[in-house]
Design a protein around this ligand. Structure first.
Ligand code: NAD
Ligand code: DAU
Length: 360
C-alpha cells in the first residue's frame, strides 16, 4: 500500500479515514477524489497531518476518463471506495441519483481498476486492492429475537439507498469472480463522530438541541441501530487493507444496540451537563415524535466475530465515550457548523424532510 485513491474523502467517513491514514501511515500517499456534493466539503480537510502526502481532486467517480488518468498519473495500488449518496431519507425523496452514484459510479471505479491493474498492469496485480465500503442496511430489518447479521446473511434491502448499496456490493463480487479483481468489502453499521453532516440522527439532534429547536424522533423511537465511532471504522478498514483476505467480506459494528430514543436522551443529558446555563435545559423537553420514515428498518445488529478473530480488530470506543467526544466536537467547532448550515440547500433539505412530518 503506497498510493491510495480514496473516493468520497471530503465526506464524513472518508475525511476521517484520510486524516487517520495520513497520521498512522507516514509513507502512504493519498489521492482524494470527491465531487464535493452537498455532503462533501473542504472544511473537512483543513489542518490534515502530513498534508504534503495528500492530493485533492474535485471530480466525479462516474467520469471514467478522470479515474483512468488518476490511476496512471499516481500509480495507484489501492482504492478505498467511500463515495456514495448516503442518506436514506434523501433516497426516498430522489432515488435516481442513488442509482447513478452508488451503482453506476461503483461500476466505473471497478472497471477502471480492472483495466489499470489486470490489463495494463500499472502495478503488479498481487499488490493491488479495491476496498468497497458498504453498509449493514443491505441485510434489511431484524425482528426482535433474530440473531445479528453475519457475512452470509442474505440481502434484503428496504430503501432505495440500501438497494443501491446492495447492487454495488454485487458488482464488486462480480468483478472479483469474473475478472479476478482483488477486492475486499466491509459492511458496517451506523457511524457517528466528528465531521458528520447534520442530516443524520446524532449531529442533527446535537445541533437542534444546542439551538433549542425540536428533536424530531421518527415514530416511537424504538428502532435499533448498531453504533460505531468513526475512527474505529477507519481502523478496521486499515486492518483489512493490510491483512484482510482478498475476496472476503467483513462485518464491522460497534457492539452497541440501543433504541434511537436512548441515543437522543443520552445527547440531551450531555447537553444539559456541558451547557449548564442553556435556556433549553432540560433538553429532553425538545423531543417531538414525528411521522415515521416509510419502509423504516426496525432493527440492525452486527455479528463481528469474523473481523475480531481474523484481524484482532475490535471497537475501542464505547457509546458513552464516543458520544461525549462527538457532542464536545460539535460544541468546539462552531465555524464548521456555520459553514455547513450556511451551505445552499441545507435549510431547504431540512424544510423538505421535516415540514410535513409534524409533531405526533
Ligand atoms: P457522506 O454522505 O458523508 O459522504 C459522501 C462523500 O461522497 C461526499 O464527500 C460526497 O461529496 C462524495 N460523493 C458523492 N457522490 C460522488 C461522486 N459521484 N463522485 C465523487 N464523490 C462523490 O457519506 P458517509 O457517511 O461518509 O459514507 C461514506 C461511505 O460509507 C458510503 O459509501 C456509505 O454508504 C458507507 N457507510 C456509511 C455509514 C454511516 O453510518 N455513515 C455506515 C456504513 C457504511
Ligand atoms: O446502518 C448504516 C447506515 O447508517 C449507513 O449505511 C447510512 O449511510 C447512514 O446514513 C445510516 O443510516 P440510518 O438511516 O440508520 O441513519 P440516520 O442517522 O438517518 O437515522 C438513524 C435512525 O434515527 C433511524 O432509525 C432513523 C432515525 N431518525 C433519523 C433522523 C434523521 C430519527 O428518528 N429522526 C431523524 O431526524
Amino acid at each position: 500500500m503506497k498510493t491510495v485513491l480514496v473516493t468520497g474523502g471530503a465526506g464524513f467517513i472518508g475525511s476521517n479515514f484520510v486524516r487517520y491514514m495520513l497520521r498512522v501511515e507516514p509513507a502512504v500517499k493519498i489521492i482524494n477524489l470527491d465531487a464535493l456534493t452537498y455532503a462533501g466539503t473542504l472544511e473537512n480537510l483543513k489542518t490534515l497531518p502530513g498534508a504534503d502526502r495528500h492530493v485533492f481532486v474535485q471530480g466525479d467517480i462516474c467520469d471514467r476518463a478522470l479515474v483512468d488518468k488518476l490511476l496512471r498519473e499516481h500509480t495507484v495500488d489501492t482504492i478505498a471506495h467511500f463515495a456514495a449518496e448516503s442518506h436514506v431519507d434523501r433516497s426516498i425523496h430522489g432515488p435516481g441519483l442513488f442509482v447513478q452514484t452508488n451503482i453506476v459510479g461503483t461500476q466505473v471505479m471497478l472497471d477502471a481498476a480492472r483495466q489499470a491493474w489486470l490489463v495494463d498492469k500499472i502495478v503488479e496485480p498481487a499488490v493491488a486492492r479495491f476496498h468497497h465500503v458498504s453498509t449493514d442496511e443491505v441485510f434489511g430489518s431484524l425482528k426482535p429475537k433474530d440473531p445479528a447479521f453475519t457475512e452470509t446473511t442474505h440481502y434484503d434491502p428496504s430503501s432505495p439507498y440500501s438497494a443501491s448499496k446492495a447492487a454495488s456490493d454485487h458488482l464488486v463480487r462480480a468483478y472479483a469472480r469474473t475478472y479476478g479483481l482483488p477486492v475486499t468489502i466491509t459492511n458496517c453499521s451506523n457511524n457517528y463522530g466528528p465531521h458528520q453532516f447534520p442530516e443524520k440522527l446524532i449531529p442533527l439532534m446535537i445541533l437542534n438541541g444546542i439551538n433549542g429547536r425540536p428533536l424530531p424522533v421518527y415514530g416511537d423511537g424504538q428502532q435499533i441501530r448498531d453504533w460505531l465511532y468513526v475512527e474505529d471504522h477507519c481502523e478496521a478498514i486499515r486492518a483489512i487493507l493490510k491483512n484482510g483476505r482478498v475476496g472476503e467480506t467483513y462485518n464491522i459494528g460497534g457492539d452497541n444496540q440501543p433504541p434511537n430514543l436512548d441515543i437522543v436522551h443520552g445527547i440531551c443529558a450531555l447537553l444539559d451537563e456541558l451547557l449548564p446555563t442553556s435556556p433549553h435545559r432540560p433538553h429532553t423537553s425538545l423531543i417531538q415524535h414525528v411521522t415515521d420514515r416509510p419502509g423504516h428498518d426496525r432493527r440492525y445488529a452486527m455479528n463481528i466475530t469474523k473481523v475480531k478473530a481474523e484481524l484482532g480488530w475490535t471497537p475501542r470506543h464505547s457509546l458513552q465515550t464516543g458520544l461525549r467526544a462527538t457532542v464536545q466536537w460539535y460544541l468546539d467547532h462552531p465555524e464548521w457548523v456555520a459553514a455547513i448550515q450556511q451551505q445552499a440547500g441545507y435549510q431547504q433539505w431540512i424544510d423538505r424532510n421535516y415540514a410535513k412530518r409534524g409533531g405526533k
